[in-house]
Design a protein around this ligand. Structure first.
Ligand SMILES: Nc1ncnc2c1ncn2[C@@H]1O[C@H](COP(=O)(O)OP(=O)(O)O)[C@@H](O)[C@H]1O
Ligand SMILES: O=C(O)[C@@H](O)C(=O)COP(=O)(O)O
Length: 414
């Protein structure tokens, strides 16, 4: 029986929550898109359906999430978990509030918790305010995010602008008083009609308390942190074994499209030790030519050890790229990296390491991968994923991972 069914609002977020569940010893299947009715899954304790709904229009996000939920309900999952970003990436229009509302209605539940805190990634909540390491969310780099700038750290207020439902706060003192006190506080909030309970949590023990106290709720929502705490409770009942399969042999390719600070440092490190090719739209503005030249390079170098192809660049280079290649530059780069993944696998690559959420989406699509089993983590929140065709995929969120992650992963030592 599937104990937890997660719906994640993007691909790397999906792999993050899948890693948190797998870490507890549960068997986890990660699905890209909603499977057709009747699709059989490998035996697993948890399923994560990764969607790309974080920044699509609200009605579309709700529609896709409802499709995913309907599928999970056919599988009779015990708990439903809506995974969004630990930095609560959203706008006043949604999509976190509207999707959570639709899920509550569909499951005929009256309330849920909203718990972005993921201490393992430095995201904590205190008095309803979200912190990214030492900074309030609104003072972190997330305030400049191109699609979902987060300029308000008060999650009760942020969520209040996205939903008609009443939003309340479960503050840290109740959580620190333990499971019974937390349960009582949740009951009191339910009595006054609160639908969305934003929860404080500073460390993993707070998340464990919240997971235990919400045993009666069918729907929970949050980052990977609370999902991991929930997974631990279930794994301790089920007594499942710890993860760890060996990675397939074969060539390795690293494809980086993320331009986040963490990825730029990881790419720079990888370029020092492996053959590297930069996709540079300002030097090759014709997308077809860019793709052909990169493919030729890849085919020539693939059997000489791990190789890196990247478009990752700082803001000035990105601006130059857009001036040269036009408004669809990002799409062309994503599609090129997807095509290169396909070529690499056709040529025998068995480890494909991808940096960036959108880029991961393009690669997964180009490879035609619909589902993977989740294996051990190369770094926190970055698990190896095994396809049915013997390929190991690593989908890395732009912000995650240590500086040597790409080097370790490409070498198969991560
Ligand atoms: N040199 C570049 N110029 C312009 N856009 C780029 C460049 N390199 C990558 N991009 C685009 O930037 C976006 C990075 O997003 P993504 O892959 O989701 O990474 P992250 O997870 O760090 O946000 C992609 O759409 C990618 O195609
Ligand atoms: O919760 C998180 O921080 C991550 O799982 C996540 O969602 C990352 O999103 P991207 O940075 O867009 O990859």
């Amino acid at each position: 029986m599937i104990r937890i069914g997660c719906i994640a609002d993007d691909f790397t977020g999906g792999s993050d929550v899948a890693a948190a569940l797998r870490r507890t010893g549960l068997d986890v299947a990660l699905l890209f898109d909603v499977p057709e009715v009747g699709t059989e899954l490998p035996r697993c304790d948890a399923v994560v359906i990764a969607l790309k709904t974080r920044t699509v229009p609200r009605t579309e996000a709700v529609r896709q999430s409802m499709d995913a939920l309907a599928w999970l309900v056919t599988k009779e999952v015990e708990k439903v978990y809506f995974k969004y970003c630990s930095t609560f990436d959203s706008t006043d229009d949604g999509n976190i509030g509207p999707v959570a509302d639709a899920m509550l209605r569909s499951l005929q539940e009256t309330s849920t918790v909203m718990c972005p805190a993921s201490p393992e990634h430095g995201r904590t909540m205190y008095r309803g305010h979200l912190f990214v390491h030492d900074q309030l969310l609104s003072e972190s780099s997330m305030r400049h995010h191109p699609l979902t700038p987060m300029t308000d750290s008060d999650i009760v207020a942020v969520l209040g602008r996205q939903t008609q439902g009443a939003v309340g706060l479960l503050a840290l003192p109740a959580v620190r008083d333990g499971v019974d006190a937390t349960r009582r506080a949740l009951e009191e909030l339910a009595t006054v009609g609160v639908r969305h309970v934003v929860t404080d949590a500073i460390d993993d023990s707070d998340l464990r308390v919240i997971a235990e106290a919400t045993a009666g709720l069918r729907l929970l929502t949050g980052g990977a942190g609370l999902a991991g705490a929930l997974g631990s409770l279930i794994a301790s009942e089920a007594g499942t074994a710890a993860p760890g399969t060996s990675l397939p042999d074969g060539a390795a390719v690293v494809l980086a499209g993320s331009c986040s600070a963490a990825t730029l440092a990881q790419v720079a490190r990888a370029a020092e030790v492996m053959p590297a090719y930069r996709l540079d739209p300002s030097a090759t503005p014709d997308p077809g030519q860019m793709r052909r030249e990169a493919t030729n390079w890849l085919v020539e170098h693939l059997d000489r050890g791990p190789v890196l192809v990247y478009s990752s660049a700082g803001p000035e280079d990105r601006e130059r790229a857009r001036t040269a290649m036009g408004p669809d530059t990002a799409d062309h780069l994503e599609r090129t990296l997807g095509d290169l993944a396909r070529t690499a696998v056709d040529q025998g690559a068995r480890r494909v390491v991808v940096a960036g959420g959108e880029t991961s989406g393009a690669v997964v699509q180009a490879l035609g991968v619909r589902s993977v089993m989740v294996d051990r983590e190369a770094d926190r929140g970055v698990p190896w994923c095994l396809t049915g065709d013997g390929v190991a995929l690593l989908l890395k969120s732009g912000n995650f991972g240590s500086e040597d992650l790409l080097v370790r992963a490409a070498g198969g030592t991560a």
